[in-house]
Design a protein. Structure first.
Length: 365
């Protein structure tokens, strides 16, 4: 029987750590807009919650441009433990004075895990690891919202948060770390137009979780049904990430165009917003998000300085998530469906721009 190598070069640990962490964080963050909406503070408040979970990515990503092995190891292990404690706290009390610190601290500490994992994947520089990581991130998004939405409706929050805390603890003990520095294999500059679609991927994700969920709640859609709808987005994301392993188109501009067009589909809600159009948009949008996450991360892994590449990648996604949640909630609050049209017209215009530009002339180091 072959011995399992307990290190980060083993793709089993890339999948398992991403799967456990993303499952736990998915459940935890899924509850944020639901709890926030229960206080009747409106769309701006839930949009602010989304922004608070994303702002740290830009700051931590910048700090990690000069990270060493100790910092990366901290990012791989500590978030599991901190988030376990925060989950147990929420199991006791979901008051606003408990929720806000958990959102702020959780948003900061979870960014360490994703950034450290992505730097490590880039340092490994192995084909297919980025797609496996993205698929493992996406699988919980496809399964858990439907399950958690039903459980929340039946049992309430305490049971869910205790379960999340235990799951984070399991991840803490499973997650391996390395004892030595990995040499940087790629030091080329990044073609900036190739990664800008991450901005629109972030807008789609932020709007879905922190504007669309409250919007459906306020339209009297049952919680379990909302969970099923969001699960369809996650299933599409996970399936797309897995199937993308079999597509090796090297022209990143074409991937960018497809990504932008897929995540721009909420524009059709301006014409017809109902449960069926929501499902259609989230399924196709999930595919667009999977392309952005997996192919852009793979592109960075194969071409650029790992720490700089992840900084641009995560900063663009975070900026998009902030825009989708906070600006998206503001636009919907003041302009209703016209606000959605304004927000998601941006990736349409950028896809047209990509068609007219030679992306090789735009680069940053």
């Amino acid at each position: 029987m072959r011995e399992i190598k307990w290190n980060l070069e083993n793709p089993f640990f890339i999948v398992s750590s991403s799967l456990i962490f993303s499952s736990s964080w998915m459940i935890l963050s899924f509850t944020f807009p639901i709890i926030g909406n229960s206080y009747n503070f409106g769309y701006l408040f839930t949009g602010l919650l989304g922004a608070l979970t994303s702002i740290p990515f830009i700051v931590i990503g910048y700090i990690y441009r000069n990270s060493n092995r100790k910092m990366i190891n901290f990012g791989l292990k500590a978030p599991f433990l901190v988030l376990a404690v925060l989950s147990f706290i929420l199991s006791i009390n979901q008051d606003i004075y408990f929720l806000m610190p958990v959102v702020v601290i959780g948003g900061i500490i979870q960014s360490f895990f994703w950034i450290s994992s992505e730097i490590e994947i880039n340092l490994l520089g192995k084909k297919g690891h980025a797609e496996l990581y993205s698929a493992a991130w996406g699988i919980p998004a496809g399964v858990l919202p439907a399950v958690i939405g039903t459980i929340l409706q039946v049992t309430g929050y305490a049971t869910i948060f205790i379960f999340i805390g235990c799951l984070f603890l399991i991840g803490f003990f499973i997650q391996p770390i390395e004892r030595y520095e990995r040499p940087v294999k790629n030091t080329k500059g990044i073609q900036i137009l190739n990664i800008i679609p991450m901005l629109f991927v972030g807008i789609m994700a932020g709007f879905t979780f922190f504007v669309l969920i409250p919007l459906l709640l306020n339209n009297s859609v049952p919680l379990y049904r909302i969970g099923i709808i969001i699960s369809l987005w996650g299933i599409s994301f996970a399936a797309g990430s897995l199937f993308l392993n079999f597509f090796h188109m090297v022209d990143m501009r074409k991937w960018g165009i497809i990504t932008c067009l897929f995540v721009s589909l909420p524009v059709i809600w301006f014409i017809n917003f109902n449960i069926y159009s929501v499902i259609f948009v989230l399924i196709i949008g999930g595919l667009g998000v999977s392309i952005g996450f997996s192919k852009i991360l793979s592109y960075i892994s194969m071409t650029s300085s790992p720490r700089n590449g992840v900084f641009y990648y995560e900063s663009l996604f975070a900026a998009g998530f902030i825009t989708g949640s906070l600006a998206g909630s503001s636009l919907y609050l003041y302009f209703s469906l016209t606000g959605i049209l304004i927000l998601f017209s941006m990736p349409v215009f950028f896809s047209l721009f990509l068609l007219l530009q030679n992306s090789s002339s735009f680069s940053t180091s």
